[in-house]
Design a protein around this ligand. Sequence first.
Ligand code: PEP
Ligand code: MG
Length: 316
Amino acid sequence: AQRTPLPAFGGMGATADGHRVPLLANVGGGADARAAAEAGAEGVGLLRTEFCFLGREKEPGHELQVSAYREVFDAFPGQKVVVRTLDAGADKPLPFLTDSTEPNPALGVRGYRTDVSVPGVLARQLAAIAEAAGASTAEVWVMAPMVSTPAEAADFAALCAAAGLRTPGVMVEVPSAAVLARSVLANVRFASIGTNDLTQYVMAADRQLAPLAALNDPWQPAVLHLVRHTVEGGVQAGGVPVGVCGEAAADPALAVVLVGLGVATLSMNRRALSPVSAVLSTVTLERARELAALALDAPSAAEARKRVRAELPDLE
Ligand code: PEP
Ligand code: MG
């Protein structure tokens, strides 16, 4: 079927009463970044750096990594680009890094954990990110995936500092990091909640299994309570901002709930920028808080979605 392209969003995300919520894009490479900039993204909230590593027999060298990251940074001059360090695992195998015989890849050596098993890869990636950042005007932030403990957050921040990267952050996608958000976030400058993995781990429901789709739903009130707890942890840690970069941010009604829970930025597929900004501009922050309370109190994901959508008649 022929698709009509969505109008470029091209503005600044905000609620009806002017509370700013920067709307950022999730991207997986240079071409993707240019398309996101074209669509009006205010920056990049998640650069998945796997694009530079997958399909290679050997770790990509310094120059290759620098030019791959620069291509993305150059698409967003003067704007924020959040780079996620390598998130490989047995499901995204790399011969020089991962063990593809792991029985349970989702619970295996992946994300930040690979740094402990194969030291050096992460430090070399950070060095390449730092060099690319130094050669561009983008405001580069760096975050690690699958961080599970305050000590990992502290170690990652130290590695970033050693590379000259001054804005370290963590993804909150493992439940332990959400539960201990205050201590984890005290070690970093920002956090971004990965609702895709957070949901699968909170609900113990593999995100790739269709029969578990109803459980694996970011509208699950248990997930929303952890989002709220993480935001509160950021406040207690001295005002560490918490964004969301999972698919939840691309669901307009859920995006309103996330803003009501205190999430500072939303990062999404570029195609969602327009619909999310449209619905956000119809609600005040106070109204978003009321809708968040409705969702938190719902007994199920289906009921949370239904209650909130019923209050947002402007949605399609
Ligand atoms: C997430 O887990 O929500 C996320 C954004 O990362 P990925 O989908 O790449 O695991
Ligand atoms: Mg993830």
